[in-house]
Design a protein around this ligand. Structure first.
Ligand SMILES: Nc1ncnc2c1ncn2[C@@H]1O[C@H](COP(=O)(O)OP(=O)(O)OP(=O)(O)O)[C@@H](O)[C@H]1O
Length: 248
């Protein structure tokens, strides 16, 4: 298990009487993009929240390189290389695009501290590279709130890119994107995967899922009903009828 960057074992979460996540297992491997697919309320975002330590699990475990992260705070899990995006993006609207990216990074030492100059230069470089790769260089000084919706989504990706995280959890990253931005998004994810990043995404757009995912984990009412290659899962009439909410 030590060679699997992120494993989830027997994860459970109840909200009162509601079983939001039930006994979910998941392995995320480098170079393999996994999509969490399922109807609204299936528990997908809750799985992300449990992985990142945003909410505590009732039972089960999350392992990074085989070691449990149980009880760690979200910032401690982030330091181990796990980054996520949120459906509501969570940007600092009045701050510049560049400062939004900078704020996603660990603070650097002061200039007068040992290594301070080098660390600050490395941070600035990481920010500029992330802006370039997301096509935001020209808007670096604009306020985040003044960006178009698609650009705000790319800014949330730039924040992840700049951290150098090796595991990305993306919550509906392509929702609301126009076809051109969608193509940019797909290219960006593919490049990251080719560089060894492990990606798990929650996505309702099945075209994006088909384009990007190597595996699909299908959730319904908190439980993982199936996992396999996209063709297999999306070709299963029973799963598709669950996905589109047909009466059972
Ligand atoms: N903090 C919370 N308190 C109470 N119930 C919650 C909480 N967070 C999620 N839930 C409930 O848990 C269930 C799973 O929610 P979750 O957001 O994980 O689903 P999802 O698959 O991501 O849905 P969607 O595709 O609509 O985003 C839902 O019924 C939701 O209402």
């Amino acid at each position: 298990m030590a060679d699997i960057p992120l494993s989830v074992r027997g994860l459970d979460k109840h909200f009162g009487g509601l079983a939001a996540v039930q006994n979910v297992d998941l392995d995320l491997r480098p170079g393999v993009t996994t999509a969490l697919v399922g109807p609204n309320g299936a528990g997908k975002t809750t799985v992300f929240n449990l992985i990142t330590g945003n909410i505590p699990a009732d039972a089960g475990d999350v392992l990074l390189d085989g070691a449990s992260v149980r009880g760690l705070q979200p910032y401690q899990i982030a330091r181990r290389g796990v980054a996520r995006s949120f459906q509501d993006l969570r940007l600092f609207g009045r701050m510049s695009v560049r400062d939004n990216v900078l704020a996603a990074l660990e603070p650097a030492p002061w200039l007068w501290q040992p290594g301070g100059g080098g660390a600050r230069r490395a941070r600035a470089k990481a920010v500029e590279t992330a802006l370039e790769r997301t096509g935001l260089t020209a808007q670096a000084d604009a306020r985040a709130m003044d960006l178009a919706y698609a650009e705000r989504k790319f800014l949330s990706l730039a924040r992840i890119l700049a951290t150098g995280a090796r595991i990305w959890l993306l919550d509906e990253p392509a929702s609301g994107l126009d076809p051109n931005s969608r193509a940019r998004f797909v290219a960006l994810v593919r490049q990251a995967v080719s560089e060894g990043v492990t990606i798990c995404l929650i996505e309702h757009n099945l075209d994006i899922v088909t384009e990007l995912a190597d595996r699909i984990a299908f959730l319904d009412r908190g439980a993982k009903l199936a996992e396999g290659e996209p063709q297999e899962i999306l070709g299963d009439p029973q799963l598709i009828s669950i996905y589109f909410g047909e009466p059972r």
